[in-house]
Design a protein around this ligand. Structure first.
Ligand code: SF4
Length: 248
């Protein structure tokens, strides 16, 4: 079940990429800016100019063939395909089937919250070249409060990722008053400073337009943090630990 395929993406991994959005996510981050990706079911988006269906079923083979058509272009510019969502690990069997058909012919990346069982995560990593791994909060109670789930499986999978040879970028969505604290960034740094396969950390500043699409799927955007506040891009603990940081 996918809800979009976007070509010529430049912020979803190395080179120019095609990004595939898989529908469904087990998290409920208060700041999520893709509310149409939350439900694993197809749904109607109510737009100003009429309703539009969001989500369609596609066979693994059909998706793989679509992606393989651009194989030469991907390889020429060192790009590839990135799977995102929603949470792509939620459809791990489908994802593994697609990966089995396109990898290693195409460079494959995943953007993930890291929320899955160890078995699932290991299975997906088998055919993966690059990972964009989100770290929303290192404190379990706060992670539960703001995303609805424990960070324990995420931290377990981060450890597995560190032990793999797969290059990764750790992404922190910087949410004002939630995770943009010295304490949290220091804890992140302690988690990853020794990972030889870590490329960099990206701090993604909270985007105020995050709530724009909620009405379209019949949801209300009502985060408990101050959406008007500016997040603090705290980088010192990471830089001090020798980690490359990018503030976006
Ligand atoms: S993990 Fe991503 S898609 Fe899922 S709720 Fe959080 S921000 Fe939204």
């Amino acid at each position: 079940m996918i809800f979009s395929i976007e070509e010529f993406a430049i912020n979803d991994g190395p080179g120019i990429r095609t990004t595939v959005f898989l529908k469904g996510c087990p998290l409920r981050c208060e700041w999520c800016h893709n509310p149409e990706g939350l439900s694993p079911m197809p749904q109607l988006l109510q737009k100003k100019d009429g309703a539009e269906m969001c989500g369609k079923e596609i066979e693994a083979e059909e998706l793989a063939n679509t992606l393989l058509r651009n194989k030469k272009i991907f390889n020429l510019n060192k790009g590839g395909v990135t799977f995102t969502g929603g949470e792509p690990l939620m459809q791990a069997d489908f994802l593994c089937e697609v990966l089995g058909l396109i990898h290693p012919h195409i460079h494959c990346a995943i953007e993930t919250s890291g929320y899955s069982s160890e078995i699932t995560f290991k299975k997906v990593l088998k055919n993966m070249d690059f990972v964009l791994f989100d770290c929303k909060h290192t404190d379990d109670a706060l992670h539960r409060k703001y995303t609805g789930v424990s960070n324990q499986p995420i931290l377990n999978n981060l450890q597995l990722l560190k032990e793999s040879a797969i290059e990764f970028v750790l992404r922190i969505p910087l949410i004002p008053g939630v995770n943009d604290t010295e304490e949290n960034i220091l804890a992140v740094s302690d988690l990853i400073f020794d990972a030889p396969n870590l490329q960099r950390v990206e701090l993604l500043r909270y985007n105020k337009v995050a709530g724009a699409k909620y009405g379209m799927v019949g949801l209300e955007y009502k985060p408990s943090f101050d959406t008007e506040a500016e997040p603090h891009p705290i980088t010192k603990p990471l830089i001090d630990a020798g980690i490359k940081v990018l503030v976006l």
